[in-house]
Design a protein around this ligand. Sequence first.
Ligand code: KG4
Ligand code: ZN
Length: 349
Amino acid sequence: MLTLGIETSCDETSVAIMNDDGAVRCNLIASQIARHQPFGGVVPEIASREHLRHLEPMIREALHEAGVTLQDLGLIAVTNSPGLIGALLVGVAAAQGLAYGLSLPLIAVNHLEGHLFSPYLKETGPSLPLPARYFGLVVSGGHSSVYDVRTQSLQISMLNRTRDDAAGEIFDKVAKAIGLPYPGGPEIDRLAEAGNPDRFRFPNPRFKDESADFSFSGLKSNALRLARTEGVSADSEPELLADFAASFQRAIVDQLLSRLDTLWKSGRRGEDPEEVALSGGVAANSEVRRRLTSWCAGHGMRARLAERIYCTDNAAMIAFAGLQRFRAGQVSDAMRVVADSRGQIGIQG
Ligand code: KG4
Ligand code: ZN
């Protein structure tokens, strides 16, 4: 059975076709970054119009690339939440039309659930087997959370969240403030390679109630203040810029791992998840990848890092999450699926 995946929740239009065994037949991604770059962030109206322009030709192209026709499809999976409402609507309407016209089952997929399963996708060949239980760390431009995923029952619970900004968001905001192009995460990652992460110190926030929640806005304000006082900008001397990037990046990763530590310590021994699966745009970050791998090794767990092509938004992960829901018998009523800009994880539209 072939699954068609459609993703239009933010600034990437993506269409994928997946085999029953989780192998990705094709995964087309049209990034709108160049369209939004002059504005320093995603402009919702532009995003919707771009999805409208690209989606239909991309579905045709995906079928062509996979060497199949619409009649060969057995399932349609589409992101219906959370995201930009106008952008989501484009994908949902197209998926509903196809499901209705072809009499196919439709699965409404929560975008975060797509990220959560993405570390098990391979660039070539079938997907990796899912462990019975894992911690899913999703770090993107809009979200930073750890989830407890039980794969047999498809029970997903959120263990923490960010109380303010998301990790990717502060990468982008701080990068923008010092004059680096959007999106700032990859720029900081690149600059940090040559930098000294010990040059500048940033506090790792703690809550009075010992909560494992993330909080990145204090770190952002500190970084913005430091950039002003030290005169850090895209044109400052390379050593200063690299040291700033490395120190800032180090502080973000420190916080991610310290929260995992807290969650791990608060779990009952003997019930530990087997793996930590890292996903979302920030999962492409070299330091996050390196340090999560060694954290897992020190805690008797396996690190599953989403392959870089599956870190940023893509439809392969949506098809894959849809396939899990389909296998669990959770098919959506095609005509009742609605786009929901703020949908919670695990709840079907
Ligand atoms: O998952 P994604 O494509 O979109 C959302 O759902 O938000 O994530 C985009 C985010 C942006 O904030 C971008 O700066 C960040 O991922 N990002 C990175 C890296 N590559 C992308 N952040 C740090 N290091 C990277 N290498
Ligand atoms: Zn995403």
